[in-house]
Design a protein around this ligand. Structure first.
Ligand code: CO8
Length: 258
């Protein structure tokens, strides 16, 4: 496994951390790195004790996008044959909550990774951009599709067509970022949030993510039907009984993993 550029850690019970670790190249997303990410995610999806995954990066920056040197050598035919950029679907399809911690630059494919995460904590120095246009190329891992859905068409096309940078405050205002955190507090705050979610029902966390994510691409009536179906399903879970009994017994609930 090409694990060198991504490591998986378990700082505390209930959640895992995936750490992108290629800081000398500003965490540029070479194929070995995205393959390693996909392999870790496939394994974590099946680890019942892992209820939440936190994605973070070593160094000053989150990720500077696709590896431009590598990309320069890829022909259109080779990109089709190797499903280049399809390698990131593992993140977009991951069923458990994904928290992203972003410091410094999240550019191009790096910004696309952020767009695939569920809760984004940005350091106050975080900068987001889709500079692909300035390289004569375009987003290929979901940027033109997810960004407009996240922040609206007008703002998304402003960013995608110009390649301009957006600071953490603007990213929070427009809905790409969930919370801004002082840079020196980013890891602690991210781990505290992951640990908090890891005490909750793994099954229900996944149901809520599924309802919100799958419902977002449906017409409202179909989305409401999906929610109702998943809600009814949740009523059969032992965790539902445990949560409600614990409330009435005035004690903390002890929920199951996934
Ligand atoms: N690819 C390859 N190498 C990179 C990349 C990159 N994206 N970014 C930085 N590096 C390397 C540099 O070449 C340099 O290497 P070396 O030390 O060997 O010369 C090293 O990292 C340090 O880079 P800088 O000296 O430029 O570092 P600075 O701190 O001055 O600047 C920046 C940091 C602002 C991040 C700057 O490096 C930069 O602008 N990088 C390019 C950003 C960019 O244009 N990204 C878009 C790439 S295209 C894309 O993402 C398309 C997505 C398609 C799908 C994705 C599927 C995975």
């Amino acid at each position: 496994m090409s694990a060198d550029f991504v490591r998986c850690e378990y700082p505390q019970a209930g959640y895992a951390e995936l750490v992108i670790d290629r800081p000398a190249a500003r965490n540029a997303l070479c194929r070995a790195l995205t393959d390693a990410l996909a392999e870790h995610l496939a394994r974590l999806a099946g680890e019942p004790q892992v209820r939440v995954v936190l994605l973070r990066a070593e160094g000053e920056h989150f990720a500077a996008g696709a590896d431009i040197r590598e990309m320069l050598g890829i022909s259109a035919e080779a990109a089709v044959a190797s499903d280049f950029a399809g390698c990131c679907t593992a993140l977009g399809e991951f069923p458990k909550p994904l928290l992203a911690l972003v410091q410094g630059f999240a550019l191009g494919g790096g910004c696309e990774l952020v767009e695939m995460c569920d809760v984004v904590l940005a350091a106050d120095d975080a900068v987001f951009a889709h500079p692909e246009i300035r390289l004569g190329t375009m987003p290929g891992a979901g940027g033109t599709q997810r960004l407009p859905r996240l922040i609206g068409m007008a703002k998304a096309l402003d960013l995608l067509l110009s390649g301009r940078r957006m600071d953490a405050r603007e990213a929070e205002r427009c809905g790409l970022v969930s919370r801004i955190v002082p840079r020196q507090r980013l890891l602690d705050e991210g781990r505290a949030l992951a640990a908090e979610l890891a005490t909750l029902s793994g099954e229900v966390l996944m149901l809520i993510k599924r309802a919100a994510r799958d419902g977002a691409s449906l017409p409202l009536a179909a989305g409401l039907r999906l929610e109702r179906q998943l809600f009814h399903h949740s009523l059969a879970l032992a965790d539902r009984e445990e949560g409600m009994r614990a409330f009435l017994d005035k004690r903390p609930a002890h929920f199951n993993a996934c």
